[in-house]
Design a protein around this ligand. Sequence first.
Ligand code: NOJ
Ligand code: NOJ
Length: 582
Amino acid sequence: MRATRTLLSVLFAGVCVLAQTSVDTYVATESPIAKAGMLANIGPSGSKSEGAKAGVVIASPSTTNPDYLFTWTRDSSLVFKAIIDQFTSGADTTLLGQIQNFVTAESILQQVSNPSGTVSSGGLGEPHFNVDETAFTAAWGRPQRDGPALRATAMIEYANWLLKNTSVSNVVNTLWPIIKLDLDYVAADWNQTTVNLWEEVSSSSFFTTAVQHRSLREGAALATTLGQTSVVSNYNTQAANILCFLQSYWNPTGGYITANTGGGRSGKDANTALASIHTFDPAAGCDAITFQPCSDKALSSLKVYVDSFRSIYTVNSGIASNAAVATGRYPEDSYMGGNPWYLTTAAVAEQLYDALIVWNAQGSLNVTSISLAFFQQFSSSVAIGTYASSTSTFATLTAAVKTFADGVLAIHAKYTPSNGGLAEQYSRSNGAPLSAVDLTWSYAAALTMFEARAGTTSPGWGAAGLTVPATCQTSGGGGGGGGTAGTVAVTFNVVATTVIGEDIYITGNTDSLQNWSPDSALILSPANYPTWSITVNVPASSDIQYKYIRKFNGQLTSWESDPNNEFESPSGGTFIRNDQWR
Ligand code: NOJ
Ligand code: NOJ
């Protein structure tokens, strides 16, 4: 018996070492590929940057299905945050020219008038631009208010490095004016309705609120250092208000952070794990008010989010209920087939590697009533309490979390093709890469996951020791379509040739248009075939966006191509839209 057990444990240890070795091998081979893949998508000389101006980051070189040959402020800022991390840490000192190009490109883009407005009237919230630095003028989910905050965070990290190497006045004259535009926008408009990071739901959104909070805190600190005292108290006041509002996303019954205040979805969403990793401050411990990666709320939320994909993806079938699985944006997703994404899978592992960094640094780990279910996945007998690093419970739990995170990384590895290219998605049924190829953000997300696994952290932003004010001054943006009172009856007519068994449906950005859900999309009548029609009440005086979709025997078969159809609804009465299927 004893011999058998020893043999088994030797075998088990052997399997663990094997798994660990293959993950190590993947990290070693994929790291340079991911870095090269990222740099290839940056103009003017990236090998796949397809005519992008200097410092412009393309989302992907894909030009059809989907067309991602644009530059998104969110993607670009997250990518350059990863690049600036590598530069300022000394890991790669050759990146300075790229960073300077980025600063110049973004300073140009800030000034480009676009459908969201001008630089001083809301234009900073424009989600994406053409790669030649002109405005994208077709319909799109706008504004997206995370962009300016993420851009400020990337530039503040660079500004803090510059301060150690050049003069204050140099930073005041070069970077500060760009950073200040973004921070002023965040401070003024954070409580306005925003389209979320997945460009679908118009409401308030946790990721957006969390990154806005971070940007104002570190912005206030930088302004103080630079002697720009006039903005400091406003940034701090608004940051406190945002922190207050941030608390309201927590769903105590469900044990998770609800991603959006509108949209009619479960709210289980990679949005929240991404917020934790992009607002990680190693000095803040496991603070729950800023939803740090190892906080009880962020861990509980992570479990609920991960579990929501266990039964919906074929690639996850047969995997034990406490083992690593593939994850996507949110379980209801149907965009491009609604598959797992590389960058959301990476975010799960990164959040856990971040948590391990903090537990090991502080030499203890805390299990609360909120995080109990998360930890019980790994040890069913674990109880609420604080476990010092000398205890076996600490050793068991941290080892299990590491194994889980490495398991997620192993899934990322398993579904990465042999050339190491990272697309946007991988198939929910067989893991094959899907949607946009060479997604710049996928590469950056892989790199930051690898760095977190190696224990590398980037500078904090002042999250330590914050408290939630007793009263909040302002509540967040409204839910739903953000419209004013009153509705208008709109008749949607679309000319579409169909085959028997096929029907045309509509879905869009308001509750009455089913918040972009293909499952509950509204069926049109073919009474005047080939014109299909439906009349829907939508909010008056509002930006309405929609697409027609096709279903065959009730099963979704295709969406209209981008961009969305869009119009401004009148203040009252009725209205007709005449479209051709596209
Ligand atoms: C394109 C956006 O990039 C994507 O996030 C969204 O799901 C679809 N448009 C919806 O049509
Ligand atoms: C669609 C994603 O939903 C969005 O977050 C991203 O910014 C764009 N694709 C570009 O990668």
